[in-house]
Design a protein around this ligand. Structure first.
Ligand SMILES: *[C@@H]1O[C@H](CO)[C@@H](O)[C@H](O)[C@H]1NC(C)=O
Ligand SMILES: *[C@@H]1O[C@H](CO)[C@@H](O)[C@H](O)[C@H]1NC(C)=O
Ligand SMILES: *[C@@H]1O[C@H](CO)[C@@H](O)[C@H](O)[C@H]1NC(C)=O
Ligand SMILES: *[C@@H]1O[C@H](CO)[C@@H](O)[C@H](O)[C@H]1NC(C)=O
Length: 525
């Protein structure tokens, strides 16, 4: 028996690959996504190193990975720490009332690029540390596609195979880079506030947003850490990625053409079995038992309910009071709620809520959410009807994406002071059974996906580890010019032929006509 076990483990070891997941610590949801990737590969029997250099200090004490034990940190420089603080203290409060439009995005991307450039500097100043990593002979590196400091790291560690990935649903720039049809006429980019039904201006916005950002910012310049310190040609290297993992799920997202290279693993962070086994403690259970229906209200961990304009709070509380048969659990980050909710018995405020356990409980009727991708995935998998109130970044697109499945209602942040709109949405989501049915149907589909996101991830990562770069998957289309790709030259050729034929027939007609006229003239004479 022991021999068998030994043989088995030997056998297992020869099939284990060494993965490096590089995830600078700057955002909670980003790190969660990459930690799940690391854990999935560890659980499949591989050696995974989770390299997570600190940028934002406050996440440093969170244990993001579970089964992955080889977690490597790196201290930030003063400059990098300052960038991290700048990002966290970003003035998010204004997004309760202001548009987060395309013009907002350029300074944000710029800050991100400066941050990753500085992160690369920190690594360059710690080459001993990297030498240590290099000894682990990684087969594959996985990183967030726009964290470009991964390229000099990959170069220094001599890792040939790489999988740029995205903790968001869709990035037009990345798609175009690997030669995927981006279809801006029907598929919106990640920070676009549009859905799939687009008017001419929205289509124009979609078509020009990515090229404009590329024109203004382009790819950052990263140099090799090794002499002769050549510039790394990221633009030409990126398309050689073996695969690209996206945090979108084809059963939830807008349908679109993709390449074999694009692997959609959205929902991988939702561990249904674990969520269902989570038990609510007595305090929460008692609250769910108070009334027949219960709604959870939460705007996530970046935007706080306490910062929303007072008129919105008053409107929300007044509408909640109109539904005395419903209990409202409101994640509210301060203890001062008397100013707008004094004496309203069916609202329960908490600084923190066990969101997933509540969503997994059959007694919870509906979820009022800011449509962050994490919450969208959870509510989709757990099949709860939802009111989606997106505030900024990718949330507008997320909301449109989920509302398309008829299990949820979109309420814009500008309607949050409008009691009639809120009340109508509450009435529908709580008492119109069709929303719960549609939400449940989507959850069933997600549970019965032909291939589970985790399997997709593990199988493709193993395939990349075994076969390296996959030029066979690289479409020639990405080397074609705009004119060739959209058959504009063919169209011009067709038009030239058509015009020539028309001219030719006209000429013939004239010749025949003059011939006939001459003949008739002769007859008359
Ligand atoms: C995986 O990691 C362990 C411990 O670090 C090491 O002993 C083993 O050789 C590694 N496996 C491979 C395939 O490198
Ligand atoms: C994280 O893991 C470390 C080491 O295993 C442990 O000491 C620490 O208490 C954990 N922290 C949290 C917040 O769970
Ligand atoms: C609210 O009150 C509770 C209990 O008194 C306390 O633990 C918590 O820290 C307070 N929250 C805030 C944001 O002040
Ligand atoms: C949502 O409802 C509309 C209108 O009833 C229907 O046409 C559409 O197919 C539904 N969508 C889904 C995903 O079920």
């Amino acid at each position: 028996m022991r021999l068998l076990f030994l043989l088995f483990s030997l056998f297992g070891a020869t099939f284990g690959y060494n993965f490096l997941v590089y995830c600078p610590l700057f955002g909670h949801s980003h790190t969660k996504f990459f930690a799940t990737i690391a854990d999935s590969l560890t659980d499949a029997g591989h050696n995974v190193t989770f390299f997570t250099p600190t940028i934002v200090e406050k996440y440093r004490n969170v244990n993001y990975t579970k089964s992955t034990k080889d977690v490597v940190h790196m201290e930030p420089s003063e400059k990098l720490r300052a960038y991290g603080e700048q990002m966290v203290s970003g003035d998010f409060v204004r997004f309760w009332t202001e548009d987060s439009s395309a013009t907002e995005i350029i300074p944000v991307i710029e800050l991100f690029q400066n941050m990753y450039n500085e992160q690369a500097e920190v690594m360059r100043n710690n080459l001993d540390f990297l030498d240590d990593l290099k000894r682990r002979n990684f087969d594959v590196i996985i990183f967030e596609s726009y964290v470009f400091s991964a390229y000099p790291l990959m170069d220094y560690l001599a890792i040939k195979t790489f999988i740029p990935s995205l903790s968001l649903t869709h990035d037009v720039a990345l798609a175009q880079s690997i030669g995927e049809p981006a279809m801006p006429s029907v598929v919106s980019d990640v920070c676009s506030p549009f859905g799939e039904k687009l008017n001419i201006f929205e289509r124009a916005f979609n078509a020009f947003a990515a090229p404009y950002i590329d024109f203004v910012l382009g790819y950052p310049v990263h140099r090799s850490f090794k002499p002769p310190y050549n510039v790394i040609d990221i633009r030409n290297l990126e398309p050689e990625a073996s695969f690209v993992f996206l945090n979108s799920n084809p059963f939830v997202d807008f349908p679109r053409p993709t390449l074999t290279k694009t692997v959609e693993i959205g929902g991988i962070s939702v561990d249904l079995n674990r969520l269902r086994s989570e038990k609510l403690d007595e305090k929460w259970s008692n609250i769910l038992n108070l009334r027949k229906k219960t709604m959870l209200v939460s705007f996530g961990s970046v935007m706080f309910s306490k910062d929303m304009p007072m008129e919105n709070k008053i409107a929300l509380a007044k509408v909640m009071k109109q539904f005395p048969e419903v209990t409202f659990i409101w994640k509210y980050e301060s203890n001062d709620t008397d100013s707008f909710a004094k004496g309203i018995e069916n609202i329960h405020f908490f600084n923190w809520v066990p969101q997933t356990a509540l969503l997994a409980d059959s007694r919870l009727s509906a979820f009022f959410t800011h449509a962050g991708l994490g919450s969208i995935n959870e509510v989709s998998y757990l099949g709860k009807p939802a009111i989606l109130c997106p505030l900024f970044a990718d949330q507008m697109r997320n909301a449109k994406m989920l509302a398309r499945h008829n299990g949820s209602i979109e309420l814009t942040k500008y309607e949050l002071a409008d009691k009639n709109q809120i009340s109508e949405a509450f009435q529908k989501i709580l008492f119109d059974e069709s929303y719960a049915e549609s939400a449940e149907k989507l959850a069933q589909q997600l549970e019965n996906q032909p291939i589970k996101p985790k399997d997709l991830l593990v199988k493709h990562a193993e395939f990349a580890a075994r076969f390296g770069r996959l030029p066979g998957l690289d479409p020639y289309s990405r080397k074609m010019s705009f004119i060739e790709y959209f058959l504009i030259d063919v169209a011009v050729l067709c038009i030239v032929i058509l015009i020539s034929l028309i001219l030719l027939f006209r000429k013939l007609f004239c010749v025949v006509c003059s011939f006939v006229i001459v003949k008739q003239k002769r007859k008359i004479e």
